[in-house]
Design a protein. Structure first.
Length: 396
């Protein structure tokens, strides 16, 4: 989106303010510059050279990108595209937090080596030593690290008759943070007769790049994934992380539309005729279900998750009362730690007040952020992907 197109889209905002009750940062700071209409006004001023750059940076960097404002906007302003476009116009070296964002993004190609390194770090005495000598920022990052899990292969062929063939999108951190969910999905698919394909050379979905001023890199990653997944035809491409899924579904806009349909894993499972016949063991448990912002952007808005969990006899699923962002928002939990923790507090408090047996969420960042918050409050409540619970109750 060039400057002219950016202004045309920004001018669609009539500044009505209907977005204000839906914007978590505005509700937290009560600063008009931290509201969607305020940021759009700043973008207009910046493009027209009426607003200084530091002021724009300050308020743009506090935007979560949750897109709750888009869902509330009567004019249909594409706020997310506006934010992405203006970030792409900024010189990265002059933007606050840009160095940390770019450091995170630049490390993504090396994520395949991380499981072994993380396992060594957590199982040796290195973690205890590092926590003692590291500063506050290091301890915050350490608290977000997922536990390492078994390295069982994901790619499988069902033991009985094959009813279909699907591919799994794991992305850059999936084999670390989402490994339990991916293994659970693979085993559920195996019971339904699906052959599971996991392209080894798949790369990051590009979401972090797209939303942090690197659209060209995002397009490059999308093109690589398209070439890889299209080379091996499957019935569907499934994902377990809602943030990655939202980006994959946006590939057509990046000229990288995938041949196979991209479907959220729970939604795909729910469509299968045999899923209702799977033998799930009863579970008398009360679980809190968190719907990530990115899941609200997906077809069905994440409704399939609750319906699928309902196949477990005896389970009580309670949806999180707050519809606002939990504060994870990609790299936001690291670049804006104070606001991120403030936004997380209502959900952590709600989880602590009731006797829940688990907190379920389908977003990688949300899971890590919420688990760190609960741990910080001394809670032992487990945070897990819904698929993990489903697989745990699946009878042999």
């Amino acid at each position: 989106m060039d400057r002219e197109a950016l202004l045309i889209e920004a001018d669609r905002c009539v500044k009505c303010g209907l977005c204000l009750p839906h914007c978590p940062t505005y509700l937290s700071t009560r600063d008009e510059g931290d509201s969607p209409r305020g940021r759009i006004a700043l973008i207009q001023g910046y493009v027209q050279q009426r607003v200084d750059t530091p002021r724009l940076h300050r308020h743009l960097d506090r935007c979560l990108g949750c897109l709750a404002c888009e869902r509330a906007c009567p004019s249909g302003v594409e706020y997310g595209r506006l934010i992405d476009a203006v970030r792409a116009l900024q010189p990265h070296a002059r933007r606050p937090n840009s160095r940390l964002r770019l450091e995170l993004i630049s490390r993504l190609p090396y994520m395949k080596a991380m499981p072994a390194l993380l396992d060594f770090y957590q199982r040796s005495g290195l973690r205890s030593l590092a926590k003692k000598v590291g500063g506050h920022k290091f301890r915050r990052l350490d608290a977000l690290l997922p536990r390492t899990t078994t390295r069982s292969p994901l790619q499988t062929t069902p033991t009985s008759g094959v009813t279909g063939r699907v591919a799994l999108f794991t992305g850059c951190v999936g084999n670390i943070a989402d490994r339990p969910a991916l293994l659970a999905l693979q085993r559920l698919l195996d019971r339904l007769g699906f052959e599971v394909v996991v392209p080894r050379e798949q790369v990051c979905c590009g979401a972090l790049h797209q939303h942090n001023g690197q659209p060209a890199k995002a397009r490059q990653l999308a093109a690589r994934n398209r070439a890889l997944f299209d080379a091996d035809p499957v019935e569907a491409i499934l994902f377990v992380a809602s943030g990655c899924g939202a980006q994959l579904l946006d590939y057509p806009r990046l000229d990288a539309a995938l041949e196979a349909p991209v479907i959220e894993a729970c939604r795909f499972l729910l469509r299968q005729p045999g899923v209702a016949a799977l033998p799930f063991a009863p579970l008398e448990a009360n679980v809190l279900l968190h719907t990530p912002c990115s899941a609200r952007q997906l077809p069905g808005g994440g409704e399939a998750v609750a319906e699928l969990l309902g196949l477990i006899p005896g389970i009580a699923v309670q949806r999180a009362a707050s519809s606002h962002c939990c504060g994870a928002a990609g790299s936001y939990l690291l670049t804006q730690p104070e606001l991120a923790d403030q936004l997380r507090e209502p959900l952590v408090a709600a989880a602590g007040r009731a006797q829940f047996d688990a907190l379920l969420t389908s977003n990688t960042g949300c899971a890590l952020h919420l688990a760190a918050g609960l741990h910080g409050e001394g809670s032992t409540l487990r945070v897990m992907h819904p698929l993990e619970l489903l697989h745990a109750q699946l009878k042999e």
